[in-house]
Design a protein around this ligand. Structure first.
Ligand code: DX5
Ligand code: ZN
Length: 222
């Protein structure tokens, strides 16, 4: 295993009435970054938060914020999310008519671009843009809602992406998102995941978030 596994708690599972407290608590508990889920009610059947909420929380934390855009043609909003304080702009391959240009827009806006793949989208969808990114996000549930069950059939995709990066001679951060908890984290880490996004798995961990984050981080066999 190369380097420390990063834990990115999804704020979707935080207490939205006390977001500042939740962010302080999860940062204190050892989170490496924050995951901010944006849903447009069209790409996914749900609506969450957007630019004003990101701008409001930005001053509250030093952690990098990964903006997971479950939005059709997300590049339309790249500059606004960058101005609001997004660090990583994770866009769906399925949501962009021109993925390469959309990644470029995120980069020009000042964010690190990343590509997310829905469960039905194969790893090969990434082949042409691999030189343009340092990070991929593998959805391990259908995007749209927190608290769903992990899809173990996504494991080969994680292995394939790790192989693709190795063959291309590049380092690729492989993030996984959906149903990641202490009992599912070990397998994804062993498969090659390097960043674990977890909402309910962190925020609802029975023994508290600090112990939960460490348990998820150390779940791999390596
Ligand atoms: C789902 C979101 C996830 C979600 C994960 O569409 O992209 O980030 O918050 O929640 P858990 O970890 O509870 O499955
Ligand atoms: Zn997400």
């Amino acid at each position: 295993m190369a380097g420390k596994i990063k834990i990115s708690p999804s704020l979707l599972a935080a207490d939205f009435a006390h977001l500042a407290d939740s962010i302080a608590a999860v940062e204190e508990a050892g989170a490496d970054e924050l995951h901010f889920d944006v849903m447009d009610g069209s790409f996914v059947p749900n609506i969450t938060v957007g630019i004003p909420v990101l701008a409001a929380i930005r001053p509250l934390t030093k952690l990098p914020i990964d903006v997971h855009m479950m939005v059709i043609e997300p590049a339309r909003y790249a500059q606004q999310f960058a101005d609001a304080g997004g660090d990583i702009f994770t866009i769906h391959a399925e949501a962009c008519t021109d993925l390469e240009a959309s990644l470029g827009d995120a980069r020009v806006a000042g964010m690190q671009p990343a590509v997310s793949l829905k469960p039905d989208t194969p790893a090969s969808a990434l082949q042409t843009v691999l030189p343009l990114i340092e990070r991929v996000l593998v959805m391990t549930v259908e995007p749209g809602f927190g608290g769903q069950s992990f899809m173990p059939e996504m494991m080969p995709k994680i292995v394939q992406l790790a192989d693709m990066a190795r063959r291309a001679g590049t380092t690729l951060e492989i993030a996984v998102d959906g149903g990641i908890k202490v009992d599912t984290a070990g397998a994804v880490i062993d498969a090659g995941a390097t960043t674990l996004i977890s909402g309910t798995g962190v925020f609802n961990y029975p023994d508290g978030m600090r112990i939960g984050i460490e348990a998820i981080r150390n779940a791999g066999s390596g």
